[in-house]
Ligand binder design. Structure first.
Ligand SMILES: Cc1cc2nc3c(=O)[nH]c(=O)nc-3n(C[C@H](O)[C@H](O)[C@H](O)COP(=O)(O)O)c2cc1C
Length: 299
């Protein structure tokens, strides 16, 4: 095929590396030259996290403050396709992903180039995705496809298991009772289905119908209750981030934010969803459908 493809990403646990490996296998088998580049911040974030370090990245994640990256080299100055894999942190692009998107050599390589995004989140990726989409477009990229992988377990369950994973580094069943955290192994290996679709479109450069073909294989699904929670939470997170960023003693404020987050999830979210089911959802069907379509179709 002779096409050149760049797959660029950051990962802490290695989950994203497994996803990129599955996703790009059919693209490589179709004859494209796939260059995989893992980018790290100059000062990397700890993994496993401590409770304090985990919450300490909230303000910069939400406010979109990029960090310096470790130097990395790209073999080409131009690629036929760039695959950017990313993960959300606090409903925002993770600081390393955001830093990649603001990095001069990445921006020069994506200018005028088809870009496909893949995210691997717990389950709340929509507002971060809006920012990723906008940042790529502002850099002049052609955003031609998106795949959104999530942990499919119920919100409360994955909330518990992600903390176990992030604070121990073990992608294992907590107490042997909870399911494994993160994106399911089967979902990771079956991203090769999306890769095969991409390989076909790469061959003939027909990017216009790529997202429809990816959606036909459920590359993106939108969960309405999570969409409602996120749309409110992102506004509240932005307020918290601005307040905390200005404080001298951030640690104390981040502890308050942590307790707020637990209360919001276990008390606020059920209340919000009840009110939404009674007073909003029955009257805004068209608007909801439009919003979902925007997330599905790269708008
Ligand atoms: C600091 C932090 C905040 C996170 N916030 C979110 C979030 O808002 N929404 C979400 O779905 N997942 C969230 N996650 C999970 C990540 O998106 C991701 O799935 C996980 O960290 C594994 O990524 P890795 O490839 O870097 O190991 C968060 C993870 C971290 C470390």
């Amino acid at each position: 095929m002779g096409k050149k493809v760049l797959a660029i990403y950051y990962t802490q646990s290695g989950q994203m590396g497994d996803i990129i490996d599955s996703f790009t296998t059919p693209i490589g088998l179709a004859g494209a030259e796939v260059e995989k580049v893992v980018v790290k911040p100059a000062t990397d974030y700890p993994f496993p996290w401590t409770g304090t370090s985990f919450f300490s990245v909230m303000p910069d994640s939400v406010l979109g403050v990029p960090q310096l990256l470790q130097p990395y080299t790209l073999k080409q100055q131009h690629y036929d396709l760039v695959i950017m894999a990313w993960q959300p942190w606090f409903l925002s692009p993770s600081i390393p992903s955001n830093s990649i998107m603001h990095d001069a050599s990445f921006r020069s390589v994506i200018k005028g180039t088809p870009v496909i995004t893949i995210s691997a989140a717990r389950n709340m990726w929509l507002s971060a995705y809006e920012r990723v989409h906008k940042t790529l477009q502002d850099a002049g990229a052609k955003h031609v496809g998106n795949v959104a992988l999530i942990d499919r377990h119920p919100n409360f369950v994955s909330f518990v298991t992600i903390f176990y994973w992030m604070l121990t580094g073990k992608k294992e069943r907590y107490l042997n009772v909870f399911p494994k955290p993160g994106v399911d192994e089967k979902d990771i290996t079956s991203t090769d289905v999306y890769g095969a679709i991409v390989a076909r479109h790469l061959q003939d450069g027909s990017w216009g119908s790529l997202q429809d073909d990816l959606l036909a294989e459920n590359a993106v699904t939108i969960n309405y209750p999570l969409m409602v929670i996120e749309s409110k939470a992102k506004i509240i997170f932005a307020v918290w981030a601005k307040i905390i960023a200005k404080r001298k003693n951030k640690t104390r404020w981040l502890v308050v934010f942590k307790y707020y987050l637990f209360a919001a999830l276990f008390l606020g979210a059920p209340l919000l969803l009840t009110l939404d089911a009674l007073f909003v959802r029955p009257f805004t069907g068209k608007r909801i459908k439009q919003k979902k379509q925007n997330y599905l179709l790269l708008k």
